[in-house]
Design a protein. Structure first.
Length: 712
């Protein structure tokens, strides 16, 4: 048996090899397979720039199949990394097709079995891929009903579907199953959007809480991640890494490892690796190599980075402009000038970047922890000068990503070594390698001028965000004279930066919601009352009122000494509002977050159980960037190497968490990221209410809190 067949069994995606014995999906339509196939393009494909679109396929990038036994399978390049789409997408397909949820299978992230998808990010799976999936399911059901009408000798308007069976209205015993209609047939259909999905009020599986289909596997430790695979003859690779991002390779003395028994040495230009069947032996061997480098470091560290960024040449992009900010200044009774900062933050997923690669004849197969299987396939094919069809990427469960596993350097490393050695190779980054090689959430600065008139109306909003990006920089509040600008520059950071869960929005919401509380305190108003007074957006007003009821908010002027905080925001189409209670030890600066409440308006919620899990996770993860997570460095030398020096939230931090999802029958929006965006501003505002101290930099460490307290 070939390794790929062994892996197919391990992946347990329940596709018999005789169904898809041709692994190249492009050739699938030439295989002798029965059933109904509906091919469709998703909205996320249309969002790509022209130069990002692949030449194959151009007519579809997902498909579903109704098998001859009535089983329904969706093939998609989306992946499951903890966000729960393996369940919610199956709910959508089952409900629209009128089949049992248990009969739906999801095949995800395999470049040989699934059509192209750009990647799983941006909270696009349900809100963009989902409507296309519903449309395809509606089309499939329409085809089946037409076939049933012919078979049963009636008209389509006399038929209805339920549980994978099409029956004639008022005629007991006159029915036909989906499997009977597809048996012996091969029916291909390209989505033409002629069939309309159901109204939200008609759904029976969507909108219901369903325990995630991957829950049992994961709780019992049976779920497979890239690092769990063990292939015959597999070697573990350790790669020579530079000591700094400012280092350039000169030479390496590898003589000390050349004669070590069972150690394989690979030298391919500057790429040097050692391989061994025992990862610890490989780790020992790589430390024996003596390498020389030259250094060109940017003279900056975590303390001086903000001045460094502000003194860099930048390009300005106006994000939003309304009215005239000069008039706004004139109309303002009070003007507030603030500068907010956030430090570099790591993704720090529990599963580090991992990949296993091996050769099967002249084809490279790689099992990769990645958000973008097809992007990894492109990269490996390009870098190793291989035809695209000679590279297959298989994506098992991914143990957290948060934006950091779209790049997949480890996959290229494993594939390169597999090609050079002819052996199966695993590259499994250590925690130190993860901190060094991963991208970081960029350090950023926000300069904000705001004003209010003598009636406590916001009359000025002049917002400048440097290097965080514009996501979440929306003014949100009703301001006649406002301007928002985003500033950026190429190659300004001393190392690579990238997307970090709800990229940019955590920084922007921290600044905006802190500034709003500063203004409310000056006006002598309760911060909820001040927000409602300056809002016209009914959805934002709705989540604020919902969270106030959930929390039991009692109006007061701040600081009240209660330690209450409030923040709201908008991300990926969803509205969120948070309230919290904290206790601050004014001797140590330690913050205990006692409870957090969150209300979310995400349109129609497909799986409330899964959505609430994501809200809980966002809130807990958000405590880290708010209170403790910060990368220390000097130039390109990353000083943060493990969780001993980088504090992520601990179970002991867990506050009482209460969540509510507003009941809406509207377009589906995101659930994987929105609830994290308010945590910085929320905790900052609660600390202010408890102590009167205002924090302007994330994370709000005990040291920074004590410094702020000394100024009260």
């Amino acid at each position: 048996m070939k390794l790929s067949e062994l892996l197919q069994e391990d992946l347990d995606i329940e596709i018999e090899t005789n169904r898809l014995k041709r692994r190249d999906f492009i050739k699938l339509t030439g295989a002798s397979l029965g059933g109904l196939f509906v091919f469709f393009r998703t909205g996320s494909f249309d969002l790509l720039a022209a130069d990002q679109k692949r030449t194959l396929p151009t007519d579809y990038n997902a498909f579903l199949r109704i098998d001859e036994d009535g089983e329904v399978t969706c093939f998609t390049g989306k992946i499951e990394m903890g966000q729960g789409v393996i369940t919610s997408l199956a709910q959508m397909l089952a409900d629209e097709l009128d089949v049992a949820f248990e009969s739906v299978k999801m095949v995800m992230g395999d470049t040989d079995l699934c059509p192209y998808d750009a990647g799983t990010w941006g909270s696009l799976s349900v809100r963009v891929f989902g409507p296309s999936l519903l449309a395809a399911a509606a089309e499939a059901k329409s085809v089946l009903i037409s076939l049933a009408a012919e078979k049963l000798g009636t008209t389509t308007d006399q038929l209805y579907a339920q549980g994978g069976v099409i029956s004639v209205k008022g005629e007991k015993g006159l029915f036909v199953t989906y499997g009977q209609l597809t048996k012996g047939n091969r029916i291909e259909k390209l989505l033409d959007n002629q069939s309309k999905p159901k109204d939200f009020s008609e759904y029976k599986i969507m909108g219901k809480s369903i325990i995630r289909t991957d829950a049992t596997e994961k709780v019992r430790g049976k779920a497979l991640y890239a690092g769990d695979y063990r292939l015959p003859g597999m070697l573990y690779a350790k790669i020579l890494r530079p000591p700094s991002h400012g280092a350039s390779f000169v030479s390496a003395d590898t003589s000390a490892v050349r004669n070590i028994e069972e150690v394989m040495l690979v030298e391919d230009g500057e790429f040097i690796a050692v391989l061994h069947k025992d990862p610890e032996q490989a780790e020992k061997a790589i430390r024996l190599i003596k390498a020389a480098y030259t250094f060109q470091e940017k003279k900056v560290d975590e303390k001086t980075i903000f001045d460094f960024l502000l003194n860099s040449e930048t390009e300005e992009r106006v994000v939003n402009e309304k009215g005239d900010i000069k008039n706004g200044r004139i109309a303002s009774k009070e003007v507030f000038e603030s500068t907010f900062y956030n430090s570099y933050v790591a993704h720090s997923p529990i599963e580090t970047h991992t990949a296993v690669a091996y050769l099967e004849e002249d084809k490279i197969i790689a099992i990769v922890s990645t958000q973008s299987p097809f992007g990894v396939q492109d990269m490996i094919a390009r870098e190793l000068d291989l035809p695209l069809e000679k590279v297959r990427i298989i994506t098992p469960f991914v143990g957290g990503a948060f934006g950091g596993k779209a790049p997949a350097q480890q996959a290229l490393e494993a594939a390169r070594l597999a090609k050079l050695t002819g052996k199966p190779v695993m590259v499994h980054w250590t925690r130190e390698e993860e901190f060094f090689n991963d991208t970081f959430r960029p350090a950023a600065v926000i300069k904000l001028s705001s004003g209010m008139d003598d009636q406590a109306n916001i009359s000025l909003w002049d917002y400048k965000v440097y290097f965080a990006g514009s996501r979440g920089s929306d003014t949100v509040y009703d301001v006649a004279d406002q301007r928002t600008a985003s500033f950026s520059a190429k190659n300004v950071h001393p190392f690579s930066v990238g997307a970090w869960r709800a990229p940019g929005n955590n920084t922007n919401t921290f600044a905006r919601e802190s500034q709003i509380d500063i203004m409310a305190a000056k006006a002598g108003m309760d911060p909820l009352e001040f927000r409602l007074k300056n809002l016209k957006d009914e959805r934002m007003i709705g989540v604020l009122k919902a969270v106030a009821e959930l929390f039991g908010w009692k109006p007061a002027k701040f600081p009240s000494g209660r330690g209450y905080g409030i923040a709201c925001g908008l991300d990926a189409g969803s509205y969120v509002a948070h309230m919290a209670e904290v206790k601050v030890d004014q001797k140590t600066g330690f913050v205990e977050v006692v409870r957090v409440a969150c209300a979310q308006d995400m349109g129609f919620c497909v799986n409330p159980h899964g959505a609430k899990m994501q809200m809980d996770g966002c809130i807990m993860m958000g405590l880290g960037y708010a209170l403790s997570e910060e990368v220390e460095f000097t130039g390109g030398d990353i000083k943060t190497a493990n969780f001993g020096t980088y504090q992520i939230p601990q179970f002991s931090w867990l506050p009482i968490i209460e969540t509510v999802i507003l009941d809406k029958k509207e377009a589906m929006q995101a659930g994987g990221e929105p609830a994290i965006i308010c945590m910085g501003g929320l905790i900052a505002n609660a600390i202010f209410d408890a102590t009167g101290a205002r924090l302007f930099q994330l994370p709000m460490t005990p040291k920074r809190i004590l410094e702020a307290l000394s100024k009260v």
